[in-house]
Ligand binder design. Sequence first.
Ligand SMILES: Nc1ncnc2c1ncn2[C@@H]1O[C@H](COP(=O)(O)OP(=O)(O)O)[C@@H](O)[C@H]1O
Ligand SMILES: [Mg+2]
Length: 232
Amino acid sequence: MHEPVIQLNGVTKTYLAGKVEVPALRGIDLVVEAGECLAVMGRSGSGKSTLMNILGCLDQPSSGSYRLDGQEVNELDDDALSSFRGRTIGFVFQAFHLLRGVSVLQNVALPMDYQQVARREQHQRAADLLAKVGLGDRLLHRPNELSGGERQRVAIARALANRPRVLLADEPTGNLDSQAQARILDLFHRLHAETGVTLIMVTHDPAVARTAQRAVYISDGRVVEGNHAPAG
Ligand SMILES: Nc1ncnc2c1ncn2[C@@H]1O[C@H](COP(=O)(O)OP(=O)(O)O)[C@@H](O)[C@H]1O
Ligand SMILES: [Mg+2]
């Protein structure tokens, strides 16, 4: 039976800042088919990161329904949710968020540790992923010994460690110079093509958005444009 990998229905998110309610998402309906490459655009403060954090199960909606890979996310308790998230989602952040004190190889292996992958397989898979992102000769380096673009490659390898169904990237090239941006973007597209992972990327750059199969525009917590499945 066919089911989209992501289905959001009427998702809202309201933050409480002190006593002030901040409505960040005001009713998002969004369907993403398995294997799609989707760009999310919108001005600063429009709710893109809030949406990504909900898609990545890092945060929960205030109301509405989120089905991910056939599972209603709000039906899971904390333990079940973190395990489900760990095997379903890979997340790439603008600021990389690598562990400083350990090697590149260990950074990529760590998510597999949480999924009880045997140690030897962790290292094998991490080395393979690092080779795939062009860092096969940097396995034992520490993150601070790498350039920004290389750090983001490590973060992308780490996000793929558990062979997720969905790869989420929130302004993944925002901290990089234009040459590194272009190379990271090429890498995302190559990995999308090779693995068939569903790729959702937040970007400010219309040129980047045009490289995706479809773009949705968020404004003031709502989808204002592009909320349809691609033709064909
Ligand atoms: N943790 C938070 N507490 C309170 N307000 C927040 C929090 N995170 C985001 N917001 C607010 O929610 C709105 C959407 O933020 P965000 O999703 O980060 O937007 P974007 O990623 O599009 O810049 C903004 O008004 C922002 O100030
Ligand atoms: Mg943001």
